[in-house]
Design a protein. Structure first.
Lengths: 274, 274
């Protein structure tokens, strides 16, 4: 499986699943819907999970936190893979760990740390190859944003213009989309709309906290407590996205969907499924 | 002109204009676009303006503030009309002041104070009648929200469910719409979507700060620094709006428009004008 492919197209025959979490997913026994689904999909009692906390400034804390959660969910194995430098991401050790895994989990933090450490590395190529073979790849917050083909690097939550919104290429596990997280909680509609005004070929996905999409082929299902807001500017009749000054964007005729748990969306047809 | 009319229909022959401001409009000499437009429309040097600060907890401060701004803009007259109690709103004095005015300005505060003091009063009826005769009616923040047929009374800015969003009938100067203000700044998309999920027959208008719509017949024009976000759920294919519990809404197939200054929208056709 090549990382170079036509924009918006998932590779044919990919049997892996992506679990893209909007941040702050619950770890409690009363509500571990999302993480339990991840553990189950990765094999449950036979799951071999790898936790990658590259995005975090305190990777050891995040590794311990998720190891404890996954062990509590009864998986066979939950081990951290520390990737803080590119030589680690290019190491035999990293490749072997990812080859062995049935599920890989990326923690939150700064998405740019993930791309700068992993982008184009052997770990990156291995993850894409393993995804095609059935790996379950999960990420929360920054670990979710990086899965897209275009990710938001920074920008005011309530940005009313494109001037403050910086974007760059994501790791492209889910091509054709631009993901923003902590969506309702941080009031990020305008930030996502500003990004989509610049790049209307990308489908905008705003994922609330403790909410996720489970991507399987062209379909995604919404899990968790909040909603997923889908912004489709493909048929927009007029767009203005000034980046030179601080002027506001214009977007006419955008389709918007708000999808809570249990709803499905067809990424190829770009519409909610009946 | 009757205040009782079919939902969504502005009375035929209304020659008045509405200026609906999303709050925090600039008063500075460098940027007084919105308030200057109000003064000009109301007659400029011959304008007779009335300031109503009913929504405010410190009406005297607000009255002085806007009197100073409008006098600075060179109008003939800018006087406060203090309406703190219903007897004032039903007084000959109030009716006479509104009969004399060419423009009326409602300050911000709490929109429920406007409806409880003015709703159904002689001042209310006089305002509707004068609007049909050519009055320019302006309001900011709460003074904007109250102009709609349905207004949001309270609700978390980032509400992801309908449970926290309380609505009630507005003063209906602009029927068929539901207005939210401070829109981008307070990240209120989800709050507006939650309200529209319950009442998809209303057109949702989210107006940013220092931004306004100028309504003239079926047309509105956007003024100011930010944008107006239009939510049209008329053609939505599926809606779920649970109010009994805290469950999230679902909204499939909503039209969204983001319109900055200079853009026009057709309220009858529910689409941006070319």
């Amino acid at each position: 499986m090549s990382v170079h492919r036509r924009r918006g197209q998932r590779p044919d025959g990919s049997s892996g699943k992506l679990l893209v979490i909007g941040g702050a997913e619950s770890h409690s026994e009363e509500d571990d819907t999302i993480l339990e689904r991840f553990a189950t999909l990765a094999g449950g009692a036979t799951a071999r999970l790898v936790v990658i906390a590259t995005a975090s400034e305190s990777p050891a804390d995040r590794e311990k936190e998720y190891q404890a959660v996954f062990e509590g969910l009864g998986v066979a194995e939950a081990v951290p893979l520390r990737l803080e430098h590119r030589d680690q991401a290019n190491s035999d050790h990293a490749v072997a760990a990812l080859e062995r895994a049935t599920g890989v989990f990326f923690t939150g933090g700064d998405q740019l740390r993930i791309t700068t450490v992993l982008g184009g590395s052997r770990a990156d190529l291995t993850l894409h190859a393993r995804l095609a073979e059935g790996l379950v790849l999960a990420g929360t917050s920054a670990g979710a944003a990086m899965m897209s083909s275009t990710m938001i690097l920074s920008g005011q939550d309530a940005a009313v213009s494109t001037a403050s919104v910086r974007t760059g290429p994501g790791m492209e596990f889910l091509p054709g989309v631009l993901i923003d997280m902590h969506f309702a909680e941080r009031g990020r509609l305008n930030r996502l709309l500003s990004a989509i005004a610049m790049f209307p070929h990308e489908l905008g996905l705003g994922i609330d906290e403790n909410t996720a999409i489970l991507v399987d082929g062209d379909d995604f299902e919404v899990l968790g407590a909040g909603s997923v807001t889908v912004i489709d500017a493909g048929l927009a009749t007029a767009i203005r996205a000034p980046i030179e000054n601080d002027g506001p964007i214009a977007l006419c005729g955008v389709q918007l969907h708000v999808l809570p748990a249990g709803y499905h969306f067809d990424l190829a047809e770009r519409r909610p499924r009946d």
